[in-house]
Design a protein around this ligand. Structure first.
Ligand code: ZN
Length: 683
């Protein structure tokens, strides 16, 4: 829990696309989940379930916060690289001029290049940080540009010739700022990174500047350098602060304008901190640029756990600064998913029952157990560094002392996970890897519910269950500790997913939900998760080891009764569960043993379990999985377009906020570039 941020929780659903969805109405069947596909990217759509049932005030609040989330778009482009805005605007001018007239492979390559720039908020890949390689000729680019009118070009950057020579150098010279964020030890990380956080200063000058600023006796230090660019002018090093009357001022003024509107409809005070005060504190910070004001805002924000509508808007994460001081601008608006949150509450309220009835040794059960009820949210708007590529969980604020003294807010984002899930439907994965039709059907009907419930049981109960034997400290399992801890929580979830109690609580209709999860869990653990491992490597990551451990152990123990079978058909391997009830008993037996290992701190037994069942990869099966996966051509990176919101007015009064899901990727990007181009091309 040290560093804490908007984390990308790589859930198994996203990566393996092995799971599916709950009951779907006809309307949902018609919903277009995937809106675009290019290079290594797929762009999807997410829905905002339950938005219509929010109060008018809450909808309006989301609308204004949503506008504030879009207003900072240009900030991120400029932060990522000082030439991103002129490049994006030049490409858009070419696109607008020639779309509908040009065609052929070179045009397609240019359009793909532009789509990639939009996706990465710049010319460097959002994940690998490498600059894109254009797959069209410079001569072709010149020809299109020659008939692109001045009126569409970003000539605020400089005269046409100046603009074009810079843009062409960025696009066509591979040695010109090849990397966005360089982390290679030994190099001057500031000089060799394209990010626009430093100008004219060396790495050592920047480090010395902030080392001098820090006060080692300050128990509540500000996040030094978080909201500024560091520049050397006339031999003097100083910060250009990002604030209303400072750098990025025009975009920040628009953000505070919308935050001001949001203030008027902020949620009625329920908690010790009225939401109005939180928004006011954020506006104060955007005006002053003072990082003490930012901390004050964060302390207020973290205390508000009761409001239905919530948001993040600001300079938050420092991943993109190779030195770790400067934060990229990002924004998210969201509202509580009442239904999903109710699900976690039901489970938490029954925590003692689950503990009492678990198959573990009574000596290692907790007499008094408390469930954790996690908040589940849906996002309503993504902006800045959360768009189009987005996190699926949030854990903020980042300042260590605020986390220490006030805690943090941790949420899971339900509608984004659901969209990943739905969009994976029809990508051929199930048809390729699931042998039996009945399993595919169950996964289709219950996969999403089963996954969510398994996660809830794992998070709300699994980790918190059990107790140590007297004298055991808890760190005895050393490097195997985290794998075994995940194994324990997963087994707790798997075991109870098949319990009658869940039917009784109204959480599932029948044992079929467990069957769906068991089939996909075993297939993933024994086989399909190998798709994420490079040839010749073993399983390293703790969650992957835990899944392999559980699946392989149960497979081996069940061999005499043929509980789980590896079926060979036409040269392909399939995992088939023959006896679901017996498999559940095996989950229970392993849970009992893993709890014993933890409770007694039995390092040797823990090591043996992990090394024997969780690590070694069968190279032949691995090769087969990689080949079958490759043929499916599933894009490794995903992102989202936002819904559109419209204020509905009657006689000059706002009466509703309407949502629509019709905009495609290119239309949305071009519209955002028209409506939210708030910064000059040279900042
Ligand atoms: Zn866990």
């Amino acid at each position: 829990m040290k560093r804490a941020l908007i984390t990308l929780i790589m859930c198994s659903i996203m990566l393996n696309t092995s799971s599916c969805q709950g009951d779907r109405s006809t309307e949902e069947n018609d919903f277009q989940w995937i809106v675009d596909r290019f290079d290594d990217i797929r762009v999807m759509r997410y829905r905002v379930p339950g938005f219509e049932r929010l109060s008018l005030r809450q909808k309006e609040l989301l609308y204004y916060l949503g506008e504030a989330a879009l207003a900072g778009r240009d900030i991120l482009y400029d932060q990522n690289f000082k030439y991103n805005l002129p490049v994006r605007r030049t490409l858009e001018a070419i696109y607008i001029t020639h779309n509908g007239q040009e065609s052929g492979p070179e045009w397609d390559a240019l359009v793909t290049y532009l789509k990639k720039v939009w996706f990465a908020n710049g010319v460097h890949h959002h994940y690998s940080n490498d600059k894109f390689t254009p797959l069209f000729e410079e001569a072709y680019f010149d020809r299109l540009l020659s008939s692109t009118p001045d009126s569409l070009l970003p000539l605020d950057f400089g005269p046409r010739d100046t603009l074009i020579s810079v843009v062409k150098q960025v696009i066509f010279d591979p040695t010109f700022y090849p990397t966005r964020v360089n982390q290679t030890a030994g190099a001057d990380l500031v000089a060799t990174s394209a990010v626009n956080f430093y100008e004219g200063v060396t790495q050592s000058e920047a480090e010395a500047f902030y080392a001098n600023m820090a006060d080692p006796n300050d128990a509540t230090p500000i996040s030094y350098g978080l909201n500024s660019r560091l520049v050397k002018q006339n031999g003097k090093i100083q910060e250009q602060v990002w604030k209303e009357d400072g750098m990025y001022g025009p975009a920040i003024q628009r953000i505070t304008h919308w935050l001001g509107k949001a203030l008027e409809v902020a949620e009625v005070p329920l908690a010790e901190t009225p939401q109005k005060e939180i928004i006011e504190a954020l506006i104060t910070y955007y005006k002053s640029g003072n990082l003490r004001d930012f901390d004050r805002y964060n302390v207020l924000w973290v205390k508000d756990t009761l409001s239905t509508v919530d948001f993040v808007n600001g300079f938050i994460e420092t991943y993109n600064d190779p030195l770790g001081y400067k934060a990229s601008w990002e924004a998210i608006t969201n509202y509580k998913d009442e239904e999903a949150t109710r699900r976690t509450e039901i489970i938490s309220n029954e925590a003692q029952w689950f503990e009492d009835h678990s198959p573990v040794d009574p000596r290692y059960k907790k007499a008094q157990v408390k469930g954790v009820s996690a908040k589940v949210i849906n996002v309503a708007m993504l902006g800045g560094d959360c768009y189009p590529a987005t996190p699926i969980g949030i854990n903020l604020p980042n300042a260590d002392w605020i986390r220490r003294d006030y805690g943090s807010k941790s949420v899971t984002i339900q509608n984004i996970t659901d969209a990943y899930d739905k969009a994976s439907e029809g990508n051929g994965f199930k048809e390729e890897f699931v042998l039996r039709e009945e399993d595919r059907e169950r996964m289709k009907t219950y996969g999403s519910l089963a996954d969510n419930l398994h996660t809830d049981l794992h998070e709300c109960l699994g980790h918190g269950s059990g107790q140590l034997a007297p004298g055991v400290k808890g760190d005895e399992l050393k490097q195997y500790g985290s794998t075994l801890e995940e194994t324990r929580a997963d087994l707790f979830g798997l075991y109870y997913l098949g319990d009658e109690k869940l039917v009784e609580l109204g959480l599932v209709p029948s044992f079929d939900v467990a069957k769906a999860e068991y089939a996909s869990y075993m297939m993933n653990g024994l086989m399909t998760q190998l798709a994420r491992i490079r040839p010749g490597k073993n399983v390293e990551e703790a969650h992957m080891r835990n899944r392999k451990l559980i699946a392989t152990w149960c497979y081996e123990k069940g061999l005499p009764e043929n509980v789980v079978e590896m079926v060979q058909e036409e040269g392909k391997t399939y995992v088939v569960v023959n006896d679901f009830q017996r498999l559940r008993e095996l989950f229970g037996e392993l849970l009992r043993e893993v709890q014993r290992i933890k409770s007694e701190g039995d390092f040797e037994a823990g090591r043996e379990l992990v090394e024997r069942y969780g690590v070694q990869v069968d190279p032949k099966l691995h090769q087969e999985v990689l080949e079958r996966y490759e043929k499916l051509n599933i894009a490794p990176y995903g992102g989202f377009v936002n819904p559109q919101y419209r204020l509905v007015e009657e006689n000059g009064k706002i009466v509703d906020v309407e949502v629509s899901y019709t905009e495609d990727y290119t239309d949305q990007m071009l519209r955002y570039s028209r409506e939210y181009s708030l910064l000059p091309s040279r900042n």
